[in-house]
Design a protein around this ligand. Structure first.
Ligand code: SF4
Length: 323
């Protein structure tokens, strides 16, 4: 049973109905996050990390998405049992989300001020328009806009992608969520802006205890931000560890491959090491370990028997026959 955890996910199994049949995109996912933690979920495209995050916030339309098994709890609330209307309340008040494309969360036809005021008053209907405007300016200053009044009067198209992402963050944080889910929030931004936004997020989490689930494919971002890390591959958790342990002593061969794939700072821009081979086809996953076709250590049993996720130390678990 969940205790102090802000969020507690147990045995989540999630699929999509397709013309070719049911594709299970995420299975056997168990995770929890408490106040003050930044939990990074890392993996390549198609590993299941984004589906897991979207499933927690119930942002995947049903159908074609299907919740097959498991539970997602916040305090006393079992999120998978809530109606869509109740879930909208949870998303507005308890779970904040920011995504890769900040412009998608801003309406191009309204000023930033109008949108921030509207968001704050929806969150707290007792707030007067004047008070909401003042709170909006304060929220912008907290994400690094000293000229908040100018930004409030601007339309999204007048601002850069990095500014829009900071505004999306301000909008989300101003509603004081209990949990923030950030899905690749800085991937589309240049390195300097990325560092600034990540630092803002980290400072806010440290200052207020806001738990953050950070979805990323970038080990550098994990090293800078996370307190704990989940590694996903083929729709399954492969390894979980505190961040220092994971970076200093990765146990799973896939985690080692991901760390080795950090961009080489001396390599020409954009050039990086890739992991050989292709991720598994989830419509027809391999019968044994999902990483076996790409694993340099694979043995005969790896192709036949699926390894279970096993605890191997405090806060550490791994899914590999050889660990
Ligand atoms: Fe590699 Fe086998 Fe471990 Fe899978 S179970 S990661 S194939 S060694």
């Amino acid at each position: 049973m969940p205790s102090a955890a802000t969020l507690d996910v147990r045995d989540l199994r999630m699929g999509f109905s397709t013309p070719a049949g049911l594709i299970v995109a995420v299975e056997d996912v168990t995770l929890s996050i408490s106040k003050g933690e930044v939990l990074a979920i890392i993996g390549e495209s198609g590993s299941g990390k984004t589906v897991t995050a979207m499933a927690i916030a119930r942002l995947l339309p049903v159908p074609p998405a299907r919740y097959l098994e498991g539970s997602v709890r916040m305090g006393e609330a079992q999120l998978l049992a809530l109606s869509e209307r109740e879930m909208e309340e949870v998303r507005g008040r308890r779970i904040g989300t920011i995504f890769q494309n900040p412009r998608a969360s801003l309406d191009p036809s309204f000023t930033i001020g109008a949108q921030l005021v509207e968001t704050l008053r929806r969150h707290d209907p007792a707030l007067s328009r004047t008070a909401a405007r003042a709170a909006s300016a304060q929220a912008l200053r907290e994400v690094g806009f000293p000229d908040a009044e100018r930004v409030l009067a601007s339309y999204p198209h007048q601002l850069s992608g990095g500014m829009c992402q900071r505004i999306a963050l301000a909008m989300t944080l101003a509603c004081k969520p209990e949990l923030l889910i950030a899905d690749e929030p800085t991937t589309a931004l240049d390195v300097g802006v990325q560092a600034r936004i990540l630092m803002l997020l980290k400072r806010r989490s440290q200052a207020t205890g806001l738990p953050v689930i950070l979805i990323t494919h970038d080990i550098g971002v994990v090293a800078a931000m996370a307190t704990r890390v989940l590694v996903m591959y083929g729709g399954q958790l492969q390894e979980e560890a505190p961040v220092e342990d994971l970076l200093e002593r990765p146990l799973h061969p896939y985690t080692r491959a991901l760390i080795a794939a950090i961009p080489d700072p001396d390599a020409p821009r954009g050039e990086r090491l890739f992991i050989e081979g292709e991720p598994p086809n989830l419509a027809d996953p391999p019968p044994g370990c999902r990483f076996a076709p790409r694993c340099p250590l694979a043995e005969a049993q790896c192709y036949k028997v699926q390894p279970a996720l096993r605890a191997v130390g405090p806060g550490r678990s791994v899914r590999c026959h050889l660990v």
